[in-house]
Design a protein around this ligand. Structure first.
Ligand SMILES: CSC[C@H]1O[C@H](OP(=O)(O)O)[C@H](O)[C@@H]1O
Length: 365
């Protein structure tokens, strides 16, 4: 998407191919800075510290991280070591594992001397596919928003959680892609943006995106969503996903499940938007089987922001010495999900629904 009129992707190879550039999302919205990833370790640290974040973008960064690693050690052992390093960065987004498996399978078939060049080409293909998939998600999801606006005869109010915008992917986003496509097509859209504690990806990143694109929105405290739904101020919820099971259970940022419960109680449609690379075809019980990342307590005990005189500052917001729990994701059972918006279309959050869109994945009877 565009920043000050200039188109950007969240990740791209340097012109001379020497390294990979990413937007440092830990500095947004108060500073727009690019960060140079020159080797495997740079890529691993960028994922682990959330310089880059969002399931699809984590996968693409891992793909480029493996390409950078091939410059250092393109042996079989080098492939295994780099894959293990990158896989260990964050456990929940399946896109990471998906991208590494795709890259490693290709690399093992290639001559060692060609692996670095082939790896950069494959990482570029994965990035391009992500852009195309997210654009298609936008088209399919925009039809839903357009129908709601037409039926209502006015602005469609969307509630979203965390950041599943272009900053969470290579471009366009997943949950925000339908909003961009609908907005650009003239559909009256307004977005309630959950701040999304503890890292505030909504307040910091989704609001930044929507401001840059001129989409009307209102930032709200996480706990305000249910109240707004009860008072008829939300027409539809659209969220992203870090891992969705073959049966339609949706793992997403912590707090998503609570929004789905409130939406269900108020009979508000609740959609998850995600590309094929976010589906884990090996799992059916997401609550039981999806690994939930436990992040550092400091994300809860401290807040980083900008002071009124423009300096970055970090302050403590929890009583010192209190124990902290910080699960980064939760799982919304498929029964609470109205539908899944993918690059191939919209389906029910069921095994049949997903298999219908991805027949090549249908389990043998
Ligand atoms: C399009 S995936 C976005 C997804 O990823 C976010 O998690 P994190 O910021 O920790 O990487 C969040 O769950 C978003 O919905």
């Amino acid at each position: 998407m565009k920043i000050d009129g200039r188109p950007y992707r969240t990740i791209f190879p340097e012109a001379d191919g020497g390294a990979v550039m990413v937007i440092d999302q830990t500095r947004l919205p108060f500073a727009f800075e690019l960060k140079r990833l020159a080797n495997l370790d740079d890529a691993a640290v960028a994922i682990r510290t959330m310089v880059v974040r969002g399931a699809p973008l984590i996968g693409v960064t891992a793909a480029y991280g493996l390409a950078l690693a091939m410059r250092e050690d393109a042996s079989e052992a080098g492939i295994e070591r780099a894959s293990a390093t990158l896989a260990a960065t964050r456990p929940t987004a399946i896109n990471l594992r998906w991208a590494l498996d795709r890259m490693a399978a290709m690399l093992r078939r290639a001559p060692e001397t060609e692996r670095a060049a082939l790896a950069f080409s494959e990482a570029g293909r994965i990035a391009d596919e992500d852009v195309a998939s997210c654009r298609a998600i936008g088209e399919h999801g925009a039809k839903i928003l357009s129908e709601i606006a037409a039926k209502k005869g006015g602005t469609v109010n969307v509630l979203t959680h965390c950041n599943a915008g272009w900053l969470a992917t290579v471009d366009w986003g997943t949950a925000l892609a339908p909003i961009y496509v609908a907005h650009d097509a003239g559909v009256p859209v307004h977005v309630f943006v959950d701040e999304t504690r503890p890292r505030n990806q909504g307040a910091a990143l989704t609001a930044f995106e929507l401001n840059a694109h001129g989409v009307p929105h209102t930032v709200i405290a996480d706990n305000a969503g249910g109240h707004l739904m009860q008072h008829g101020q939300v027409d539809v919820c659209i969220v992203g996903s870090d891992r969705t099971t073959a049966s339609g259970d949706v793992c997403n940022k912590i707090g998503t499940y609570l929004k789905a419960l409130a939406a269900s109680d108020n009979r508000i449609p609740f959609y998850a938007a995600l590309p094929f690379s976010t589906i884990d075809w090996t799992l059916s019980d997401g609550v039981r089987d999806i690994p939930i990342e436990e992040r550092d307590a400091r994300e809860v005990t401290h807040l980083t922001g900008r002071t009124d005189d423009g300096a970055f500052a970090t302050v403590a917001v929890v009583s010192p010495g209190s124990p902290v729990a910080n699960p980064a994701f939760d799982v919304t059972p498929a029964r609470l999900v109205t539908g899944i918006i993918t690059e191939r279309g919209v389906c029910a959050a069921t095994e049949e629904g997903l298999a219908g869109l991805y027949p090549e994945r249908r389990k043998a009877a």
